[in-house]
Design a protein around this ligand. Sequence first.
Ligand code: HEM
Length: 403
Amino acid sequence: MTIPQIDVTAASFKANPFPYYAQLRDEAPVHPVTVRMTQQRAWLVTRYADVLSVLKDERFAKDRHNAMTPAQLRKVPLIMNAFKQLQRGLLSLDGADHDRLRALVHQAFTARMIEQMREQIQTVADELLDAAEARGSMDVIADYALPLPLTMIGRILGIPAEDNAKFHRWTTVVLGAASNRNPLVLVPNIMGLTGYLKRAIRARQAQPQDDLISALVAAKEGNDRMTDDEILSMIFLLLSAGHETTVNLIGSGTLALLEHPDQLARLRDDPAIIKPAIEEILRFVCPAETATERYARMDLTIAGTAIPRGELVLAVVGSANRDPAYFDDPDTLDLTRANNKHLAFGQGIHYCLGAPLSRLEGQIALSTLVGRFPKLRLSIPTEQVQWKDSFILRGLKALPVSL
Ligand code: HEM
C-alpha cells in the first residue's frame, strides 16, 4: 500500500496519529515527510528499537552547526535576534558542551528539591479546583493544566508573588511563540522577561536565596560556573521544555481517563495506583510526540534507509510507545501495565531533566481531579475536542468539563 502524504503537524492529524504510525512501522519505518512550518524534509523514525538507537546515536547532532555543510547552513532561515541568545541551551548542544552544562544544572535541579515541592503542588491544585468548583465547570487546559506547572516553575525559580501576574503574562506570550509570531507582541514580552530574569540573576549573586535561580548561580564543577547568559538560557529552557509538555500530560491524560471509564473507575477505587497510572498515561498520550531535532553528521543508514548528511531526523517516541514489538496490546490503556519502558521522556544524554517534576505534578493533578469530582464529564462530544497544530508536541486546545 502507498503511504499517504500527511501534514504531521496538523491538528487533525494530532487527534489520532496512531494508525498512520502503525502503517509506517510496518511498511516504511524510516519515512520522509515535509514539515509544513519550515518546508524542511524530516525523516520519521517510528519503531521502538530504532527510536531508542537514534536517541543514543552519536552520529546525530543536536546543534545543526555540528552536522550541516556550509551550503546547507546558508539555507536555514535566520532566527529573530531576540531569540538567538535563548536558543543556545542544553537541548541544542552536543558532546562536552552539553555535558558541562548538564552537570551544572543537575546540581541545582535535584530530585530532592522537587520532592520538597509536593505540598505546594497539592495546595496550588486544590486552589485551582476550588475556583472551578464554585463555577461548576472548567476548561481543564486553561483553568488547571496550564496554571499549575506555570505557577510551580515560577515558585521553584523564586519569582515573588507580587511579580506573578507579569511573569505569567510574559511567559505565556513567549512560550506560545509558535502560535503568535507577531514581532510587535513577541519582542516586548521577550525583552520584559529577559530584563526581569537578568535582574533576578544579579540580585541572587549579591544575596542568595533559597530558590533555583540562586542554586544555578551557585552551581560549580571545580572552578567552572555558568555565565549569566548560560543561566538565562537555562531558565528559558526550563520554562519552555517544562511548560506545554506538562500541560499536555494533565490535559490529554484527563481526556484519556474520561474516554476509558473502566480505567477511571480503577483509579478512583484505588488511588494508590497513581504512579504506574501516570507512566501509562505518558506512554499512551505522548505529550511530546517526537523527540526534538537531530541532524545526521554524515551520510548514514537507519533500518536500511539512507539518510544524507545534514538532514533532519525525528525520533517519534509517540510511535515507539505504541510498538507491538515492545508493548502487549499497545493501543489499550492499562493503568497498571507491567514493564512499561516507555520513551515519553526520551533516552540517552538528553533524557528529560524535568521528569521527576512533571511526574509529581501529573500524579497530584490527576489524582486530585478525579478523586474530588466523581461526576466529572466532558461538556462537548469527544469528536468536537480540538487539538493544537504542533511540530513536536501533542496536546489539546481546550477541554471543557462539568464537575
Ligand atoms: C510530561 C512532561 C514532559 C515530557 C513528556 C518531556 C519530554 C522530554 C523529552 C522527550 C526530552 C528529550 C528530548 C530529545 O532528546 O530531543 C526532554 C528533555 C528535556 N526536558 Fe522534558 N519533558 C517534560 C517535562 C519537563 C519539565 C517539567 C522540565 C523542566 C522544568 C523539562 C526539562 C527538560 C530539559 C531541560 C530537557 C533537555 C535535557 C538535555 O538536553 O540534557 N521537561 N523532555
